[in-house]
Structure formats: structure tokens, C-alpha cells
Design a protein around this ligand. Structure first.
Ligand SMILES: CC(C)(COP(=O)(O)OP(=O)(O)OC[C@H]1O[C@@H](n2cnc3c(N)ncnc32)[C@H](O)[C@@H]1OP(=O)(O)O)[C@@H](O)C(=O)NCCC(=O)NCCS
Length: 146
């Protein structure tokens, strides 16, 4: 499917924190329990970016998707999302909140959903309940990556 390989890291990983900070993505809660983060490696072993997931009862919040600036725009971001989603239990819904990349996620099969249709456990995550502005777009994976 892709040449991207994920390796699990902890929320205290300094490179993860730096990449999120540089991209203005939330870092306040990355060391809380219940989150799983990955570094994404290209075929030649270079770190191209990061991703993360939070388990929300049976569903997931996809978060912390970031590509190193010099690796953007070549399809790697899409590949990182697809590999991350492929690692999840297919029975769970996959949600995310974004203020800046809705069309990127739409190109992967996510669609905007109304807040009142989002499971309570997803809404209760720190990302959705306090860190992301209420104007953030909430999206759900409707079409699984092919
Ligand atoms: C968003 C991000 C992960 C995309 O990674 P990328 O490697 O540049 O994206 P890709 O090259 O895989 O692009 C896939 C598609 O999305 C589009 N796209 C990429 N970034 C986009 C953006 N910010 N807004 C809208 N569309 C975007 C591309 O044009 C491409 O469309 P196509 O398939 O029709 O050609 C990357 O720009 C990034 O790290 N941004 C900063 C962090 C961020 O905003 N993360 C999202 C957090 S919610």
C-alpha cells in the first residue's frame, strides 16, 4: 500500500513535540495516558512525520498528523494517515478535529460530521472538549482507505 512504516513512540518524544509545536498543533495533552503516537519512516529509514490516535471507548480520535515541512506535498501525508488508520480495529469509527486541513482529510475519505452526531467519548477528549476551538471541523472516516 505504501512505503511508509510506523514505529510507536511515547508522548514525551522530543522530536514529536518539536514537530507539533512547529506546526502549531496541540501538545498540552500528549503525555496524558490513552494516547498512542507513531513516527513515520520512509523506505530509507528517514523520519518524515508523525501521527497519533486516542482510543475513545470503541472509537478513535486521529490526531497529531504532521509531516516535516520539506516532505510535504508528495503524497506522504496521505500515506501516513492511511497506514495509521489501517493499524486500527476496523470496527471503530475514526474521528478527527481540524482547523486547517479539512480538504486534505477529505481527499483521504473523511467527511465533516455535526458535533451532535459525534460519540460522547470522542467529544470528551481534551482535543475536542478544551484544546481545539469550537469552530474546528469534526470529521469522520466514511470511506476506508483503499
Ligand atoms: C496536512 C499535512 C499532514 C499534509 O501532508 P502532505 O504530505 O503535504 O499531503 P499529501 O501530499 O499527502 O496531500 C494529499 C492531498 O491533500 C492535499 N493537501 C495537502 N495538504 C493540504 C492542506 N493543508 N489543505 C488542503 N489540502 C491539502 C494535497 O493537495 C493532496 O491532494 P491530491 O491528492 O488531490 O493531490 C501537512 O501539510 C502538514 O503536516 N501540515 C501541518 C500540520 C497539520 O496541519 N496537520 C493536520 C492536523 S489536523
Amino acid at each position: 500500500m505504501s512505503t511508509i512504516r510506523l514505529e510507536q513512540i511515547t508522548g514525551s518524544d522530543a522530536d514529536l513535540k518539536a514537530a507539533l509545536t512547529d506546526a502549531h498543533l496541540p501538545t498540552d495533552d500528549i503525555e496524558d495516558s490513552g494516547r498512542t503516537f507513531f513516527k513515520a519512516l520512509s523506505a530509507d529509514g528517514q523520519i518524515v512525520g508523525f501521527s497519533g490516535v486516542e482510543r475513545c471507548d470503541g472509537d478513535y480520535l486521529l490526531r497529531s498528523v504532521v509531516l516535516h515541512p520539506d516532505r510535504r506535498g508528495t503524497g506522504l501525508g496521505k500515506a501516513v494517515v492511511e497506514v495509521t488508520v489501517a493499524s486500527l480495529d476496523p470496527g471503530g469509527g475514526v474521528f478527527l478535529a481540524t482547523t486547517s486541513a479539512a480538504s486534505f482529510f477529505a481527499s483521504i475519505g473523511f467527511s465533516e460530521v455535526p458535533r451532535d452526531s459525534v460519540p460522547a467519548a470522542v467529544l470528551a477528549t481534551r482535543q475536542l472538549s478544551s484544546i481545539c476551538p469550537s469552530s474546528a471541523t469534526i470529521m469522520k472516516l466514511i470511506k476506508p482507505p483503499t
